[in-house]
Ligand binder design. Sequence first.
Ligand SMILES: [Zn+2]
Length: 615
Amino acid sequence: MAPTKDPNTLSNHLEFSTAHTAISLTLSFSKSSLYGEVELTLKALADGLKQVVLDTSFLDVRAVAVNGKGAKWNVGNRVEPYGSPLKVDLEKAVNSQDEVIVKVTWDTTDKCTALQWMTPEQTSGKRHPYMFSQCQAIHARSLYPCQDTPSIKSTFDFSIRSPLPVCASGLPTGVHHFVPATSPSEPGTLAYTFRQPIPMPSYLMAIASGDIANAAVGPRSLVYAGPEELLRCKRELEDDVETFIKTAESLIYAYEWTTYNVLILPPSFPYGGMENPCITFATPTIISGDKSNVDVIAHELAHSWSGNLVSNASWEHFWLNEGWTTYIERRIQGKVHGDKHFHFSAIIGWKAFKESVELFGADHEFTKLVIDLRGKDPDDAFSSIPYEKGFNFLYYLDRLVGRERWDAFIPHYFSTYRRKSLTSFDFKDTLLSFFSKDSEASAALAKVDWDTWFYKPGLPEKPDFDTTLADACYALAESWQALNSSNSSFKPSPSDISGWTSGQIVVFLERITDFSTPLRKDLVELMRDEYGFLKSENAEILSRFLTVGLKAKDEKLYGKTAEVLGGWGRMKFVRPLYRLLNECDRELALKTFAKNKDFYHPICRGVVMKDLGIN
Ligand SMILES: [Zn+2]
């Protein structure tokens, strides 16, 4: 593996590599900031090196020491969107394999993009404040100085002092009375310690603190949530988590991270889930009361192999994380619920894929599998494309060599890059060399047009998915379409959808939004009354129904849209609804955003502002 320059870091990661990170943090809820000390053990990768450059973003750096002695350092000018390089001079040059210990102390600032601090009123319990981090893609640098690139992996020791319970992306090693050292003291707080013995990239560094309790949901799994939600979350996840782990193990190899826990965050969490090692951070929108959204957990769990153990070397190869994870997630669903569900999920994914391509434009750089991120912010490229184009590429290779051969390649790939980071080119080499002695598979692989798959923008050819589960959804949508053009005797009734999975309802509603003519307003209301979608507690269903209503320009649903936009912070739901509301009633969209902007996570707030064209 040739080391590749990651264009989204200012650190000199080709000259030094972090081997270990010992981080100590003191949380101040009253100031919405944290004070930190980090010791980075850096290994030199070349001779005659005289400077270490670390990533920082909006950090207030206090002091820097090298090997225990105060060092000469400066924070360079800010380079958008990458932050400010922290340059640390070494007293004498070091050579390849030498170790340097760089210690930095700092405070985070109110411009920190990795942390969300919530007031008690913003939590469901309303009694205690809450904070959580989200470092992917390049926000770790606004939490602590580091080599903020997924090409560098280090082991971690955490010590986090907080007045409230703490979770972190490591194995808990205890709770200690805090011994005040140099940091300002807040009496009565404890230090929570964790260790992560498996090397992980900076973007997987994660912490959360608040009124958090936990309950077992499997032999190696706990769910963490607010005390009010805990039992509901436990019921939702019980049994399934261990089934998912065992199924993934049968596809790849044994789970390496010891425990697999899930933290259910407050509603403003911007993603479905974040695969932080040992503890997935998840949106409360997965807790729907009927286990219909637990697939998100299968996805985050799959990241324990694809992404966390085997990582993309830069965000330009993000499909290696997300495409593989989506593929493994669907294989888990296929094994647990039957092969039809693999296809059904792929059909839902294709729809999201197509919409993302349309949104960017079919020629856009970010619709490629391997993208050019030089000078760009990886958050701007975030969409379902790396997930779905990546999935479709892997599914294409799976069909090309045949399932049996492909299933032998999966553990080989994950063993080859275990605890490492790789690029798309490493993937290609490994695939071709694995099958080089198999003449039939090699002949099949010779047909792969790698350049087209890697660099051609837009949609690839759509595979023939098994539409068994989707057919009923399509048929019902056809009936509504006929009704919409007034030449039908179709009489909708609740029995049309009785026994359907929430996924089937989603496919039905998405089919409706695909019609070239929006549904008539009176039909939107008929659907609301007969199917009860407006009362659904399942965000997947409610958000799709509101989409149908907004496309129909049904003013009666504008208010409800504004209301849910104040209750959800998951970008998957928030962004499309804001875009539609903006087309229907810009004034209301802006008013809704102004009212809720502090509720949203900084990442979500930033992209919605771009979507609405406001600064
Ligand atoms: Zn993912």
